[in-house]
Design a protein around this ligand. Structure first.
Ligand code: GLP
Length: 253
């Protein structure tokens, strides 16, 4: 383990090792601070994390499983505008398939913004209010976009940007087009995303960066001062951020 100026960095051999470490931390968070909701992310980085968490679940004693299932509450970062929860390309479907289904959690326990709302701005405001009503996020998990976004906070993005309806950049739509059969035109143009305001209000944050494709943006994150041009860089202002990265992602750092 080594420390950069403000971000605590924990270095792992590969993405599987990152996933095992984070799954254990998530499990302990649910056991130790069940009153604090988790903040969760989607994306390819998170696939092995949820797989490891499901394995952790199966290894746990029945009493722990019961208590985790009873008290579970999580808020996802974001959802595409225009996709129904039953649409296999939605983040709601991602969470149902990889986490809520295997753990037997209700949809009221694994919350996401309403991608089908007639008024996405109002849906964003109401999502922000439900996070606040739950006392804010306890542990927030984040992936990193190729352009430095967290959630769907695209650059440029201020540190106090709230939960809102956002326009997705060309880079992000390209990055996520795999889930849409590679058809860029099918990737929604907008999403509802928690803002840096809610993310930075979390009590603790874990940023997960794996794979060689993220090496260039991770180098920028470790070297550049905080700026709206790299939304993830605002995390440096948070007192309890842990960066989990594998060798491939750190290859240029
Ligand atoms: C996506 C999501 C983020 C995710 C990030 C990284 O667009 N909105 O929540 O963490 O970009 O995605 P991936 O893990 O697929 O690289």
């Amino acid at each position: 383990m080594s420390r950069s100026e403000e971000l605590e960095l924990i270095r792992f051999e590969n993405a599987a090792a990152v996933a095992d470490h984070l799954a254990e931390r998530l499990w302990q968070q649910r056991l130790e601070t069940p009153q604090q909701p988790l903040g969760l992310a989607t994306g390819r980085t998170m696939e092995p994390v949820y797989a490891a968490l499901v394995k952790r679940w199966h290894r746990a004693p029945e009493a722990e499983r019961r208590s985790v299932r009873r008290s579970w509450l999580s808020f996802n970062l974001d959802e595409y505008v225009g996709l129904a929860p039953g649409d296999g390309r939605s983040f709601a479907a991602f969470m149902q398939e990889r986490l809520a289904g295997p753990l037997g959690l209700k949809s009221s326990q694994v919350r996401l913004p309403d991608g089908l709302a007639a008024d996405p701005a109002a849906a964003a405001a109401s999502y922000r209010a439900s996070v606040a009503a739950a006392g804010g996020i306890g542990l927030q998990v984040l992936g990193l976009g190729l352009n430095g976004h967290v959630g769907f906070n695209e650059p440029p993005c201020a540190a106090d940007a709230p939960c809102r309806c956002v326009a997705l950049s060309a880079t992000t739509r390209e990055q996520n087009s795999g889930a849409f059969g590679g058809d860029l035109a099918a990737v929604p143009a907008r999403a509802i995303s928690l803002g840096l305001a809610e993310i930075l209000a979390a009590r603790a944050i874990v940023l997960v960066v794996t794979g060689g494709a993220k090496a260039a943006v991770l180098r920028r994150l470790l070297q550049d001062p905080p700026s709206a041009l790299l939304p993830a860089s605002w995390l440096r202002r948070h007192p309890a951020v842990t960066l989990l990265a594998d060798q491939a992602a750190l290859s240029l750092a």
